[in-house]
Design a protein around this ligand. Structure first.
Ligand code: MN
Length: 345
């Protein structure tokens, strides 16, 4: 019987989530928690018995205690129901996150240093080897891999888990490609003997099977990507998780997978000429908003610096009122005014 593993990463929980909001409105922070919960659905329903979080669970390394408590108690709940959870600390989690809270649960394992965990599931011994985010991974990779101790354990199926860029990974609207930076794992360093490599860090979901010279990788490298869009650079990317099926073979197991897409809010760039007349601008703006999905995150880009009458509207309650309450609008234009965001506190 195959073992099913849910792989998610880069949930960035805590982003835009103040403990005492002064304005009631839809927040990205709430979106990210909703998407996090949806992402966990295959684990909650029993489709997967193992969950791997590829890192950047939180949005930064110093987090308030209430946030850690909220997230860790949810993870502990899942572990209490019999799931095995694994977490690779990302670049946002190198020091300040109080990992001690998680390390005390017997079914929650944290790659707080290079190490290998073995769990028995559905008659298979599954070894998960990994290490926390390493900034200079290109040179340190062989040593980090060896330090996991993967070679010293017996297992039917093996996974390698980390939070790094790998040669050939692509991000952003124009497809920036990671090549030979000090923070990039070489394609030829991806080791044989693993069913798959699971990595966080790269926010675009993708699977690598070749290096940039076209040579096949020794194991497929899966990036689940962020579970929700964390910036406009991700506005065209589908978001989701991977559900993997792992089976035994003589070479560290074999993996198959499907991408489980998650519903996320549309991100829209709205270009508008501010004109000089505030009344006409508001009418054009409202008309443009009404054509969009009311759940959209809108980046309003003015083609030129607005007149003072129009500028006054942009900073004010008026703009908030011209958009549906479920819409989030930010404004940017070139010129002396710089950049403004709305709604804001
Ligand atoms: Mn991230």
């Amino acid at each position: 019987m195959p073992v099913r593993v849910l792989f998610l990463s880069d949930t960035h929980l805590g982003l835009d989530l103040p403990s005492r909001p002064r304005i009631e409105r839809r927040r990205r922070g709430d979106d990210l928690f909703e998407t996090f919960e949806r992402a966990l659905a295959p684990a909650v329903s029993g489709e997967a018995s193992i969950v791997v979080h590829g890192g950047d669970l939180f949005y930064r390394s110093r987090i308030p205690a209430w946030l850690a408590e909220r997230v860790f108690s949810r993870l502990a709940e899942l572990a209490d129901q019999g799931l095995d959870l694994f977490w690779i600390p990302g670049n946002h989690e190198r020091s300040g996150v109080p990992r001690g809270l998680l390390l005390t649960h017997p079914r929650i394992r944290v790659f707080d240093r290079p190490r290998t965990f073995v769990v028995r599931r559905d008659g298979l011994d599954l070894a998960l080897s990994g290490f926390p985010f390493a900034p200079d991974v290109r040179t340190s990779f062989p040593a980090l891999l060896a330090a996991t101790g993967h070679a010293d354990v017996e297992a039917d199926v093996r996974l390698l888990c980390f939070h790094q860029a790998v040669e050939g990974a692509r991000v952003g609207p124009v497809g920036y490609t990671f090549r030979d930076g000090a923070d990039v794992v070489r394609g030829r360093d991806v080791p044989a003997g693993f069913a798959a490599v699971l990595s966080g860090h790269i926010h675009r979901a993708q699977v690598l099977d070749r290096d940039l010279a076209g040579r096949p990788l020794a194991a497929p490298v899966l990036f689940a990507g962020s579970t929700d869009r964390t910036s406009f650079a991700e506005r065209n990317e589908p978001k989701g998780t991977f559900l993997l099926e792992l089976e035994r073979n003589a070479r560290g197991g074999i993996a198959s997978w499907e991408f489980r897409e998650l519903p996320v809010r549309p991100m829209v760039d709205l270009e508008l000429d501010p004109g000089d007349d505030a009344v006409s601008f508001v009418a054009r703006l409202s008309a443009a908003f009404s054509r969009l999905d009311p759940a959209s995150l809108v980046r309003l880009r003015l083609s030129r610096e607005p007149s003072s009458a129009v500028a006054e509207l942009l900073g004010a309650e008026a703009l908030r009122l011209s958009a549906p309450p479920t819409m989030t609008v930010s404004v940017a234009w070139r010129g002396a005014f710089g950049r403004r965001e709305l709604p804001k506190e």
